[in-house]
Design a binder for this molecule. Structure first.
Ligand SMILES: [Zn+2]
Length: 354
C-alpha cells in the first residue's frame, strides 16, 4: 500500500518520491487541488514515508534509476505500512506527527469550522522540539484555507524560519485561499480530478457495482472521495426530487414554486446539493442538444429523457438555466436565504423552459 494507495496522481507522487529519494525534502508543501481526489491520503502517506524506519521500494511505479538505490535497483521511498511507526501515524498518535483540521469554536460542538490560532501556536511549539523518534517532524494542516484571519500571520513566522527536520503540508482547494506570503514559502504540489476509468475502478474496489460507480464518478466529476462521502441511494433520491420539482414547476407554475420554497427553504446544505443537481442536469441538456457523445452525459442512465427535453428547449433557455443555477449558488455563498434563492432560481428555470 503506502504511496501505491494513491490513485490517479502520478505527478504529485513523483514529486514527493523524488524528494524522498534525493533527500531534498522541502520544509513546507502546499497540496493544491479539489477535495476528494486524494490530497490528505497522499499527505499521510508522505508522513509515513518520512517517519517509517523500514522504507520499502515503490512497487507500482519505480523511479528511473540514478538516485539512492536499494536492493534490486529500486528506490526505498515507500513506507512499509505495517511497522509501529506507520501504524501510529495512521492512528494520529506518533509523537513526531500532527494533523490539524478545522474545529468549531472552543467549548462548542457546532459552529463555523476554522483553523484557529491556538492550533497554529500548538504547531509552532511542537515544531520547535527535536524529533522524538524519527528523522522528521511532520505536520499536516487540512483545509488550510479555513484559517482565522490572524492565523496565517502567526504561521508565517514558522515558515520564514522553519525549525530543522520539520515538514509542514498545507492542504488547499485553491492557491488563492492563503496569502501569497505564505504560499510563496511552500513547494506547490498539484492534485487533479481523476480520469473517469480511474475513479470508477476506485469506487468499484470500495464495493460499488459498475453502474453506480460510473454514475457517481461522473456526478462527482472525478472526485471519488466526494462520491464515497455520499450514500448512492441518497444521491439518486435527490436527483429524482430535483427532477420532480422541475416537472411540477413546469405544470403548476407559481403555486409549485411557493410550495417548494416553503418546504425546502430552511435547509441551506440541501439547497446547495439540489442546485448542484440542477446545474449538472442542465449541463447534460446542453450536451444532449449539441448532439454530444452519450458517454459524456453525467446522467447517462436518463439519456432518452435528456434527448427529449433538450429537443423541446431553446439554446437560450438552456444557457439561461445554467446561469440561474450559477447565480443561485453564488447567492447562497453570499448568505441570501435558501428560500429566496430557490424561488428566484425556479422562476428563472421555469421561464427558460417556457
Ligand atoms: Zn513502517
Amino acid at each position: 500500500m503506502a504511496f501505491d494507495a494513491v490513485r490517479g496522481q502520478p505527478a504529485a507522487v513523483d514529486v514527493l518520491t523524488r524528494a524522498l529519494a534525493s533527500g531534498r525534502v522541502a520544509h513546507a508543501y502546499a497540496f493544491v487541488g479539489p477535495p476528494g481526489v486524494g490530497r490528505k491520503l497522499t499527505a499521510v502517506e508522505f508522513a509515513k514515508a518520512l517517519l517509517c524506519p523500514h522504507p520499502m521500494p515503490l512497487t507500482s511505479s519505480p523511479l528511473p534509476g540514478g538516485e539512492k538505490q536499494g536492493e534490486g535497483g529500486m528506490v526505498r521511498v515507500n513506507a512499509c505500512g505495517s511497522c509501529p511507526a506507520c501504524r501510529r501515524v495512521e492512528a494520529g498518535t506518533h509523537p513526531d506527527y500532527m494533523l490539524i483540521a478545522p474545529t468549531p469554536p472552543e467549548g462548542r460542538t457546532s459552529g463555523t469550522l476554522l483553523i484557529r490560532i491556538e492550533a497554529i501556536r500548538q504547531l509552532e511549539q511542537r515544531a520547535a522540539l527535536r524529533p522524538a523518534e524519527g528523522a522528521w517532524k511532520v505536520f499536516i494542516v487540512d483545509d488550510a484555507g479555513r484559517m482565522t484571519p490572524e492565523a496565517p500571520q502567526a504561521f508565517l513566522k514558522t515558515l520564514e524560519e522553519p525549525p530543522a527536520h520539520t515538514v509542514i503540508i498545507l492542504i488547499l482547494a485553491h492557491a488563492r485561499e492563503l496569502p501569497a506570503t505564505v504560499l510563496s514559502r511552500c513547494q506547490v504540489v498539484r492534485f487533479m480530478p481523476l480520469r473517469e476509468e480511474e475513479a470508477v475502478a476506485l469506487l468499484q474496489a470500495r464495493g460499488m457495482d459498475e453502474d453506480t460507480a460510473r454514475l457517481l464518478a461522473r456526478a462527482s466529476q472525478g472526485r471519488p472521495g466526494v462520491a464515497l462521502a455520499q450514500d448512492p441511494a441518497a444521491w439518486l433520491e435527490r436527483r429524482e426530487l430535483a427532477l420532480a420539482i422541475l416537472a411540477e414547476v413546469g405544470a403548476d407554475g407559481a403555486a409549485a414554486i411557493f410550495k417548494w420554497g416553503e418546504t425546502l427553504g430552511r435547509d441551506r446544505a440541501r439547497m446547495e446539493q439540489l442546485i448542484e443537481t440542477w446545474w449538472l442536469w442542465h449541463r447534460d441538456l446542453l450536451c444532449a442538444k449539441a448532439g454530444g457523445d452519450p458517454r459524456l452525459l453525467l446522467h447517462g442512465d436518463r439519456a432518452a429523457e435528456l434527448t427529449r427535453q433538450a429537443a423541446a428547449r431553446s439554446w437560450e433557455g438552456l444557457v439561461e438555466g445554467l446561469a440561474a443555477c450559477r447565480d443561485a449558488w453564488q447567492a447562497l455563498q453570499r448568505n441570501v436565504t435558501p428560500r429566496l434563492t430557490l424561488e428566484v432560481m425556479l422562476s428563472r428555470l421555469a421561464l427558460g423552459a417556457a
